[in-house]
Design a binder for this molecule. Structure first.
Ligand SMILES: Nc1ncnc2c1ncn2[C@@H]1O[C@H](COP(=O)(O)OP(=O)(O)OP(=O)(O)O)[C@@H](O)[C@H]1O
Length: 341
């Protein structure tokens, strides 16, 4: 049976409901809109695939075959059912499809693999040889290491380095995802997509991607690079087109950049729905006041929030901001508790 952990948002909403039940409210906030159908893609098995090679080339039993098919690729099924676009040339890809379950193919073609190093570090290299459960890998730094074959993962071709949507990776395993995010981060591309989800990696510096020119570019759809502005823009347009409330859920660990991301989203929405300057100003400046009362320095974040926040922005039918409502709730997580000794 599947069970899902409750999100911090759900906990926050519950505590708000509880509080509203305990007290006689002087002001009742408008009911939350019903949750829209998620457009997020269900993550396929490739995310959790275990690295198991077909070392001997024999068919094995059904369970083995299932394992092999979820691992080194099979990004497209042999019946031609296309999973996701790939920049591979088709002829080459067909050959990969026929052979890429086999470790021998990776050795012959000198295809890159990821191998897990001590302390969980990933390193890329090519397989030199394999025997039984062990493989010898020549790392990019020219070191030779012997690792368990089960600690090897197929790497993506270099042409896919830095793709802006992780769904475009041919091999969606942990080292490939980390490598792609690191590659982009090193070039100040802090935003990436995973289908409908936006991933933001905290730059801890000014990356200068939030100015007026960026707002204009996203408003005019002149760029499709992943960005919190693009996410806010999609939400705004869907609200205007479908007449249905939209939600942006921002989550992450302490110091990940949630508060900053929320502020950039509000900045963009205020710009889109600009009309009532006074409301826009109040909305944007509210963060500053809330932070003054509710934030404190911790070991992980100089400006850590000690509260959860639900911001509702109301728009007129013409798309102008008509009001806003901010609810806060106490939210103490382990990373946000400061201890004084
Ligand atoms: N997009 C960004 N650009 C530049 N700096 C950023 C960005 N996002 C976050 N930061 C930096 O990281 C710090 C921590 O970010 P933030 O307070 O948003 O984290 P948080 O996830 O809300 O943390 P907490 O859960 O502890 O409140 C910010 O004070 C800022 O210095």
């Amino acid at each position: 049976m599947l069970s899902f952990a409750r999100t911090s948002l759900e906990e926050m909403l519950d505590s708000l409901r509880q509080r509203d039940g305990d007290e006689t409210p002087k002001y009742l906030p408008p009911a939350l809109p019903s949750r829209p159908q998620s457009k997020a893609r269900v993550i396929t098995r490739r995310w959790t695939a275990q690295p198991i090679f077909n070392v001997d080339g024999e068919d094995g039993d059904v369970e083995d075959r299932v394992k092999r098919n979820t691992l080194w690729g099979n990004k497209r099924r042999k019946d031609g059912n296309v999973d996701s676009p790939s920049p591979y040339n088709l002829e080459e890809e067909t050959r990969v499809l026929e052979e890429n379950d086999n470790i021998g193919y990776f050795i012959e073609k000198k295809l890159r693999v990821w191998c897990r190093q001590p302390r969980g570090v990933w390193a890329s290299g090519t397989i030199e040889s394999t025997s039984g459960e062990e493989s010898v890998v020549s790392l990019d730094n020219e070191n030779l290491v012997e690792v368990s074959t089960s600690h090897l993962f197929p790497a993506n071709p270099e042409i896919l380095d830095g793709v802006d949507d992780l769904m475009h990776l041919s091999y969606l395993n942990e080292p490939s995802v980390l490598h792609n995010l690191k590659y982009r981060y090193a070039r100040d591309m802090i935003y990436s997509k995973a289908g409908a989800i936006l991933i933001a990696v905290n730059p801890f510096k000014d990356v200068e991607i939030y100015g007026k020119d960026f707002v204009t570019a996203y408003k005019r759809k002149a760029t499709s690079s992943p960005h919190v502005f693009a996410l806010a823009d999609t939400a705004f347009n869907e609200m205007m087109n479908d007449g249905v409330s939209q939600s942006l859920i921002i989550s992450g660990e302490c110091g990940a950049g949630k508060t900053e991301t929320a502020k950039f989203a509000m900045q963009y929405l205020a710009d889109l729905g600009g009309g009532n300057v006074e409301i826009d100003c109040r909305l944007l400046q509210s963060s500053c006041i809330l932070e003054a009362f509710g934030n404190a320095k911790t070991s992980r974040n100089d400006n850590a929030s000690r509260f959860g926040k639900l911001v509702e922005i109301h728009f007129t039918e013409l798309g102008e901001i008509s009001g806003a409502n901010i609810q806060t709730c106490k939210h103490v997580e382990e990373g946000n508790i400061a201890t004084i000794t």
